[in-house]
Design a protein around this ligand. Structure first.
Ligand SMILES: [Cu+2]
Length: 562
């Protein structure tokens, strides 16, 4: 019965029931029609030296490219993904990587206010493209580039990754065993980072089957079993079991990999799920308490999508309506802070709109419109700050100009307000996360091949300046779900400990990292316990933050949740 239902759903959706490696003949026609603008001007050609070499065989203009007759959904997603990659790189025509002058920044300055914050900066090694960022259990960050959007580096077998320390901008270079460029990744229960797939070939892009665990203690990549199919631009989401659901991506033959796989962390092996489902690349999938994954409707490439809940093991899918557009390309998706994983917001992604949904308000929840961003933003990064507000920064407008302004989503008021602007462009391949002090770290930007933003910008929210922030003086290194723990805190005179909260360490790329979120521990006598479902707070490492009665958050202590 269940099988028949999946079958019917897949047929209704027009999805092929078996993986669809594109045949040689149709492959050739795709290559022909997937080229980028041959008609672009001479100056454009000059600014894209590397691309010109690889585009010689591409003759048709993708701007005028129509969908080939009989195109399947999987083929459409691949075509639109490649179009989006090319489009991202046209931004170079208007992008400077140089920081704004003080006068330029002054013109963008937000009205001064208590939440305005400020940015400080430092630099990454020149030319290093921080496409993937994963916070590690010691607070340092794994930055991976692989070939870093440079086909010459793939040809030469030169792959890069670093451990990065946001306080000092110190870096530690890692031996990098393969091309991790545009792989999928997620934190495992032991704090290692699973890296699935990557780049087998450029132009057109083919994905790798290889996978690795980055061992954060030994600081090395460990090769583990390969996947059944290749993946370039896959999504990766940790399940409540600690296993990782990996979805979509372009396979080793250039077609869409429509069969998800699950990485089993105990055995370091993979299994394929018993269904096939064409979903966009880097689809934003957030966990829910019941174990289904909520596909927010934001992904890479702006392919038309069906938004809704996916049961990862069976493929059952429940659609959700109400989103104003089903073509959000690299916007932000996040849990609304302090909603304990109930509410999700999507923002931007080639549009200026936002939308919110309460996942548990009814059996058939519906998106409703939220406040607007200041402008249309693509490549919009987000970071949930320790005060329960969300920083939105980076990206570009529809003309390819960088958007320097930053905004703060205030869930209590359901408002988006300006804060201090960033000082440099952070577009395609930029990343943002929160460090243990509660600052948001914004890195990268790759508006064209060979053009990489190396300025690191750190947004310091108001609470960084509070001299008497609460200080966690004792907390266990490990806690199980539902275990009551004791948290010792030094508090400012006249304040009390109001709440203890956890924030999942981010593992992010292409504007998203699955299994993010903020959750409040339940008070139990004089102790605290994490009472959320493990589906929402899967095993792994979290920031533990104490909040005082003035709503001032502490610096985080990193704890392991089992
Ligand atoms: Cu990419």
């Amino acid at each position: 019965m269940k099988v028949r239902l999946v079958l019917a759903t897949a047929l209704l959706a027009g999805v092929a029931l078996f993986p669809v490696p594109v045949g040689a003949a149709s492959r050739a026609s795709q290559v022909a029609t997937r080229g980028f603008q041959a008609a672009s001007g001479a100056s454009q050609v000059a600014t894209r030296k590397l691309q010109v070499a690889t585009s010689a065989s591409r003759t048709a203009t993708w701007a005028s490219q129509a969908a080939p007759a009989g195109e399947t959904e999987a083929e459409r997603i691949v075509r639109e993904t490649e179009q989006a990659v090319r489009a991202s790189e046209r931004a170079t025509l208007r992008s400077s990587l140089a920081p704004l002058t003080p006068a330029q920044r002054q013109r963008l300055a937000a009205p001064a206010g208590p939440l305005t914050g400020r940015w400080t900066s430092c630099r990454l090694p020149d030319g290093f493209n921080p496409v993937h960022a994963s916070v590690l259990p010691d607070g340092s960050v794994l930055l991976m580039a692989g070939s870093g959007n440079d086909p010459a580096q793939l040809a030469a077998g030169q792959f890069q990754s670093y451990v990065f320390f946001p306080d000092t901008c110190a870096t530690f270079k890692l031996p990098t065993p393969g091309d991790l460029f545009c792989a999928g990744h997620a934190m495992l229960p032991n704090g290692n980072i699973l890296v699935a797939g990557g780049t087998r070939q450029y132009d057109p892009f083919y994905g790798l089957r290889t996978s690795y665990e980055y061992d954060w203690v030994r600081r090395q990549f460990v090769k583990v079993a390969s996947m059944a199919g290749g993946r370039w631009y896959p999504g990766a989401t940790e399940l409540g079991s600690g296993d990782v659901f990996v979805n979509s991506g372009i396979n080793g033959a250039g077609g869409l990999n429509a069969r998800p796989e699950i990485y089993h962390h105990r055995t370091r092996t993979w299994s394929v799920v018993p269904y096939v489902r064409a979903m966009p690349n880097y689809a934003h999938m957030l966990p829910t308490a019941g174990g289904r994954l909520f596909f927010t409707g934001v992904s890479f490439g702006g392919s038309a999508v069906r938004v809704g809940f996916l049961s990862p093991l069976t493929g059952r899918f429940q659609s959700v309506s109400g989103l104003d557009t089903n073509r959000r390309d690299q916007g932000a998706s996040f849990f609304v802070p302090l909603s304990e994983g109930r509410k999700v917001m999507v923002a931007g992604g080639g549009v200026a709109t936002t939308a919110r949904i309460d996942l548990y308000s009814s059996p058939n929840p519906v998106y409703t419109a939220g406040p607007r961003l200041d402008t249309v933003r693509k490549y919009l990064s987000h970071a949930t700050l320790f005060d329960g507000r969300v920083l939105l920064a980076g990206g570009q407008d529809p003309q390819g100009n960088p958007v320097y302004t930053a905004q703060l989503y205030r869930p209590g008021l359901n408002r988006i307000e300006p804060v201090a602007p960033a000082s440099a462009a952070h577009q395609y391949h930029s990343n943002m996360w929160v460090d243990p002090t509660g600052r948001a770290i914004l890195v990268g930007g790759n508006p064209a091949r060979g053009s990489v933003q190396s300025l690191v910008e750190r947004f310091e929210p108001w609470y960084v300046d509070v001299a008497d922030r609460p200080v966690i003086t004792s907390a266990p290194a490990t806690m199980a779900h539902k275990q009551v723990i004791t948290v010792g805190a030094r508090l400012a005179a006249g304040t009390t400990l109001k709440s203890v909260r956890v924030f999942r360490l981010m593992s992010t790329t292409h504007q998203f990292g699955a299994a993010e979120g903020d959750f409040t521990l339940t008070r139990s006598g004089s102790g605290w316990s994490l009472t959320t479902s493990a589906n929402l707070t899967p095993p792994g490492y979290y920031y533990l933050v104490a909040v005082d009665s003035r709503d001032v958050p502490s610096v985080a202590k990193i704890v392991k949740v089992t």
